[in-house]
Design a protein around this ligand. Structure first.
Ligand SMILES: C[S@@+](CC[C@H](N)C(=O)[O-])C[C@H]1O[C@@H](n2cnc3c(N)ncnc32)[C@H](O)[C@@H]1O
Length: 284
């Protein structure tokens, strides 16, 4: 049986090593890729003017800074466990008076009770070894009636932007071991029933799920080469290829390029469909 404590520690190590470094160097491209979602998720979260907001797993800080800009009378805490990503965030946010960066584990940090009016996240909550315990810990920092609002991916099958390059790469690789059920990862919160169980088990109200679809621009507007580079460095295809010999990686990369080429537009975008859940709950 998988030990949640060990799984959690592995995630923290992962986001402080290869994943954190790769995200940190590609922050501009990733933020461009997620821009349509970011606009929608901020509008839907609609924080009140003076809100005190916690951005969980804020990464390189795009949503923290966007929230802070909308809330000149409020305050936003960007919390993340990844030192390399927070370094980028702090650089981008230099001079923002209403932002605090906090390098901490969302599952273990001792929050001041009732410190936040809104707990927010763009893709930062699917990586906990014991998600129910993590959301219970986060709830300690929420005032009574505080809202929880996050975006998480629907299933891999519903997300061709990840599924298409992965399938192209797998044509050259031994079949991957099936992931442990409910293992942390980008698609860990695809199942609404599971997310509802986690949140209510942690004392949050039964959540509401709103589907949101958008074209994921894998190259962030910089064309097919950038899209291929992105998919072979970050995400499911990248992970599947990681330990392979150079010749296999080269063959997989060529197949990914061929699979993405039909989705390249003249203006530099390379778009495939993405599907997200916008999840909303509240602290009773
Ligand atoms: C997919 S990235 C999303 C980053 C950012 N929210 C964005 O949308 O660009 C997931 C983030 O969650 C963070 N994370 C993972 N486990 C965490 C934990 N236990 N506590 C705090 N942050 C965590 C990672 O370091 C990473 O920055």
């Amino acid at each position: 049986m998988t030990d949640p404590t060990q799984v959690h520690a592995e995630q923290i190590a992962y986001w402080n090593s290869i994943a954190g470094q790769r995200w940190a160097t590609r922050q501009t491209q990733i933020d461009a890729m997620l821009a349509p979602l970011t606009d929608a998720v901020l509008a839907a979260a609609a924080p009140a003017p003076g809100a005190r907001v916690l951005d969980i797993g804020c990464g390189c800080g795009a949503t923290t800074l966007a929230l802070a800009k909308r809330l000149p009378r409020g305050h936003v805490t960007g919390l993340d466990v990844s030192a390399p990503m927070l370094e980028v965030a702090a650089r981008l946010g230099a001079g923002a008076a209403n932002v605090t960066w906090l390098e901490a584990d969302a599952a273990a940090h001792r929050f001041a009770p009732g410190a936040f009016d809104l707990l927010f996240s763009r893709f930062g909550v699917m990586f906990f070894g014991d998600p129910t315990a993590a959301f219970a810990n986060l709830r300690a920092g929420a005032r009574r009636g505080a809202r929880l609002f996050f975006a998480c991916w629907q299933s891999l099958a519903d997300n061709p932007w990840m599924q298409v390059p992965l399938a192209a790469a797998l044509a050259h690789l031994p079949p991957p071991a099936p992931p442990a059920p409910e293992a942390p990862g980008p698609f860990a919160f695809a199942d609404r029933a599971r997310v509802a169980r986690i949140l209510t088990g942690a004392g949050w109200r039964a959540p509401r799920f709103t589907p949101f679809g958008f074209p994921v621009d894998l190259g962030g507007g910089r064309g097919l080469d950038a899209a291929v580079d992105q998919t072979t460095k970050i995400g499911a295809a990248a992970r599947a290829m990681a330990e392979q010999p150079e010749a296999v990686r080269a063959a997989a990369t060529a197949s990914i390029r061929a699979a993405l080429a039909p989705h390249a537009h003249d203006d530099g975008r390379v778009t495939l469909a993405g599907a997200v859940w916008l999840v909303e709950s509240a602290n009773p």
